[in-house]
Design a protein around this ligand. Structure first.
Ligand code: AMP
Length: 375
């Protein structure tokens, strides 16, 4: 089956065609700066251009769409029909930045390719197995029950994919595997996985929570928000901008680019050194917490732009964790390599893997599985 995977973001469209029998990528591309000014490309035009860019003879048999938020109702890949689109419209309030863009892409693609099945694959879905103790926020009942305020978690497609690869590498009975996956990129999250099921994850009601990210702070005392509203002269929109665009590594150093921050830290820039300390301190905090929740650890996985590429980022993330069996071999860690690899010493009780994430492949697999045997 040739699955076209579409990821329609707020200003970009990424696309890739994957042969799900061989898992080969047959074609891919990206359109950026969509809809940012009156004369920039619309999502409909980008979808048309993406389809026109397909090599002659490449026939797409299904489309898999990345959708950020599935709310409480969408926990599996879902065949897209009009009633599902209406339900997705109703979830905009949960992901006001992402879901409308995802849905605009879905509508444009369904219009352009009306004869073939379209499937939504949700970023939140992998985390539907969170136990109530992890997913329930300690808030009054009205907020929890009537407003849908709970931990949903994100990056699920990535965490699912890399934890599956980690389980294959570990061998033995996958139901017993205790794995922590670290998706470290511009957006970052950690997930605790037992037997292939997500047990806890660091992003929460929104992708703002958890680890320190490129432009988001991760965990902060929620009373900072009320303080800014009451005493700081900030509007809700300004606080939103602070928490999504101006914080994290950017707030600490002026740059969200981990490569640049690493370079600056190497040359002694104090802000950059402190930012990397804060960034990795939070990661170690989550590794310790999640190993405790899982009752031990078999594997730690690095993925995402930083996790896959930054030897320094990985080394800082496991600093001082030898006491819990987590260590990395500095030669294996620093050798340039873009493939899946083990970076822990062979004698190590906990395997540390670097696994390049393949969200498009995971979406294509799930799309093909649903199209071949619809539920
Ligand atoms: P992502 O959002 O997964 O694309 O990751 C983006 C982040 O990965 C940015 O902070 C980049 O600076 C960082 N990154 C990409 N390549 C490298 C590299 N070779 N070394 C360090 N950081 C990198």
């Amino acid at each position: 089956m040739s699955v076209l995977v579409l990821n329609a973001g707020s200003s970009s469209l990424k696309f890739q065609v994957i042969d799900t029998d061989t898992e080969a990528s047959l074609h891919s591309g990206v359109f950026e700066e969509l809809g940012v000014s009156p004369d920039s490309m619309s999502i409909d035009a980008a979808i048309t251009a993406a389809l026109e860019s397909l090599p002659a003879g490449l026939n797409v048999t299904a489309v898999g769409h990345r959708v950020v938020h599935g709310g409480e109702q969408f926990v599996d890949p879902t065949m897209l029909q009009e009633d599902v689109l209406t339900q997705l419209d109703g979830l905009f309030f949960l992901a006001p930045l992402h879901n409308p863009a995802n849905l605009a892409g879905i509508r444009a693609a369904m219009h352009a390719l009306p004869e073939i099945p379209h499937v939504a694959v949700f970023d939140t879905a992998f985390h539907h197995t969170l136990p109530p103790a992890a997913s329930t926020l300690a808030l009054p009942e009205e907020l929890r029950r009537q407003r849908g305020i709970r931990k949903y978690g994100f990056h699920g497609t990535s965490h699912r994919y890399v934890s599956g690869v980690a389980s294959d590498l570990l061998g033995g009975d996958p139901h017993t595997h205790r794995v922590i996956t670290l998706h470290l990129g511009n957006g970052s999250s950690a997930t605790a996985i037992r037997g292939g099921q997500s047990m806890d994850t660091s992003m929460s009601f929104t992708p703002t929570a958890g680890l320190v990210m490129g432009t988001r702070p991760g965990d902060v005392d929620p009373a900072v928000v009320t303080f800014l509203l009451e005493h700081g002269g900030y509007s809700a929109a300004e606080i939103h901008a602070v928490l999504n665009s101006d914080s994290g590594l950017k707030g600490l150093t002026g740059s969200s680019d981990f490569r640049e921050i690493t370079r600056r830290a190497r040359s002694g820039d104090e802000d950059a050194v402190l930012a990397m300390d804060i960034w990795s301190w939070r990661i170690r905090h989550y590794i310790g917490a999640y190993a405790a929740l899982l009752g031990g650890l078999d594997a730690l996985v690095f993925t995402g732009g930083i996790g896959e590429n930054s030897a320094e980022g990985r080394a800082l993330s496991v600093l001082g964790l030898e006491f819990m069996g987590v260590s990395i071999d500095s030669y294996l860690n620093s050798r340039p390599n873009s493939k899946t690899r083990t970076i822990s010493p062979s004698s190590s009780p906990v395997s540390v893997f670097v696994i390049p994430t393949q969200e498009e492949l995971e979406i294509a697999r799930q799309t093909a599985a649903l199209v071949s045997s619809p539920r």
